[in-house]
Ligand binder design. Structure first.
Ligand SMILES: [Zn+2]
Length: 163
């Protein structure tokens, strides 16, 4: 059986990263366009012991939904023991008392960690460097290539010292 690392590698070999395929290959159910509270971007829930489902707000732009999917995947990979019944994320990626779960285990630091993971998985360092060269640093082209918001790409370029 492939390790999580190998599965991640397969889906992040080129841009845009196949975030949906990655989630599903890791054995997590994915509802790409879910009916959620208007202030909730996404959630991850435990549907039975060791079975998880990520749901993403159908009203969000596709690029936002990709980021949300990656953020929820981070909770699965990094914070699985804290998920309990589930975790909701607001549009600002905070676990608050709106939505379905009001999870108190997930702290601000966990959210920062999940956002950092999402940024890294959607915009792998080597690929960003490669296309940053090819596109002469054009952030609009880069954001389109990676299917992320220009804001998310801007943060990533800064983190990599390419801004
Ligand atoms: Zn979160």
């Amino acid at each position: 059986m492939a390790t999580a690392q190998e599965i991640v590698g397969k889906h992040t070999a080129d841009a845009p990263v196949n975030i949906e395929g990655l989630v599903e290959d890791l054995g997590v159910e994915l509802v790409r366009k879910a009916d959620l509270h208007p202030l909730i971007a996404g959630q991850i829930e435990c549907i039975e012991p060791n079975r998880f489902r990520i749901s993403v707000n159908k009203n969000d732009h596709y690029y936002r939904r990709r980021f949300t999917t990656a953020h929820e995947l981070a909770h699965f990979l990094l914070h699985r023991n804290l998920i309990a019944r589930g975790v909701d994320d607001t549009k600002a990626y905070r676990s608050l008392d709106i939505g379905n779960f009001n999870n108190q285990n997930i702290t601000r630091e966990h959210e920062v960690e999940a956002n950092r993971f999402a940024s890294r998985v959607l915009m792998p360092k080597d690929l960003v460097r490669k296309y940053h060269g090819e596109y002469a640093g054009d952030i609009t082209l880069l954001a389109k290539k990676f299917q992320v918001s220009e804001e998310a790409m801007g943060y990533r370029l800064q983190a990599l010292g390419l801004a």
